[in-house]
Ligand binder design. Structure first.
Ligand SMILES: Nc1ncnc2c1ncn2[C@@H]1O[C@H](COP(=O)(O)OP(=O)(O)OP(=O)(O)O)[C@@H](O)[C@H]1O
Length: 280
């Protein structure tokens, strides 16, 4: 979630131009200064994301996925190249791009309701208290947590905490939902439940999603396109898989499709043969 630097963004009032990508990354690079000299994490990253697309980003640990996501979120700036949203350069973090992290990042002293209210209040200062309460309530309902509104994070399971984080991110209707391994810390059953909820929310609200995952099956099940990164240093996009499965997707049916296993093997080959990582 984009945290305390939220501010109203002019971008949200800029319409999407038909035919133009919503999000565009052109020759994006990131170099970090280190005590041993400059470290080129990313080089020449090019990606165009259409409005309403669901993109999953996979690649080995350390290849620069979070670096890329942080630049789209506006937490850091590219060393070279450009990132634009609806044709406007992405600057600082804004409510048009909301991020959800693996570790939930909820404020522990606030209830589920208050965690969401805080963000709604920052982004919609002119709405009445009743209107803001209603937005929070609607989004708690959306993730099935109305009954847990008064609970603090330590009283919530991992899956519930992540539901609150997703509800909080969605509550201000971002153009782009940025998910950094959101289900990485959850057990398999909760992870599948949340994947289904995420797909339902994405289908109903049609936001654009950029999600980092280490789980190839998750990427193939959720995404329209799976972006596969090469290893760093100077990592870039190696290949992009277009996922052909119709929507709404039914997990059991997709798992029976030969195409699923062909794509899975292709992605595995990319990661563990062509761009094998000696630490894996
Ligand atoms: N602030 C920094 N200073 C120097 N190097 C950095 C900095 N942040 C990240 N890096 C390096 O940049 C590379 C990419 O890191 P990043 O965290 O983006 O990878 P990642 O693909 O998200 O990894 P993981 O999957 O493990 O989260 C790594 O080699 C990392 O050590």
């Amino acid at each position: 979630m984009t945290g305390s630097r939220l501010s109203s963004s002019a971008l949200s009032s800029v319409p999407v131009v038909p035919g133009l990508p919503l999000l565009s990354l052109q020759n994006v690079g990131k170099t970090y200064p280190t005590s041993g000299g400059s470290f080129v994490a990313l080089e020449n990253v090019n990606l165009e994301v259409g409005s309403g697309e669901f993109i999953c980003l996979i690649g080995h640990s350390g290849c620069g996925k979070s670096t890329l996501m942080n630049m789209v979120a506006g937490f850091s700036t590219p060393t070279c190249g450009s990132i634009t949203l609806k044709g406007q350069p992405v600057g600082s973090p804004g409510p048009d791009r909301m991020m959800v992290f693996q570790n939930y990042s909820l404020l522990p002293w606030l209830t589920a309701f208050e965690n969401i209210y805080l963000v709604v209040d920052q982004v919609y200062p002119d709405k009445s208290h009743a209107e803001k309460k209603q937005i929070v309530q609607e989004h708690l309902d959306l993730v099935g947590l109305s009954e847990a509104a008064h609970k603090r994070p330590k009283q919530l399971s991992g899956g519930m905490k992540q539901r609150v984080a997703i509800a909080r991110a969605l509550s201000i209707r971002p153009e782009v939902l940025l998910l950094d391994e959101p289900f990485g810390a959850l057990d398999a059953i909760t992870k599948e439940e949340l994947q289904e909820e995420l797909l339902a929310i994405w289908r109903d609200h049609r936001c654009t999603v950029l999600m980092i995952t280490h789980d190839i099956d998750e990427a193939l099940y959720l995404a329209d396109r799976v972006v596969m990164m090469t290893n760093g240093p100077a990592a870039h996009i190696g290949e992009i898989l277009t996922i052909p499965f119709d929507r709404p997707r039914i997990r059991s049916r997709i798992m029976e499709m030969p195409e699923f296993y062909e794509l899975r093997n292709y992605a595995l080959d990319f990661l563990y043969r062509r761009f094998a990582h000696h630490e894996d």
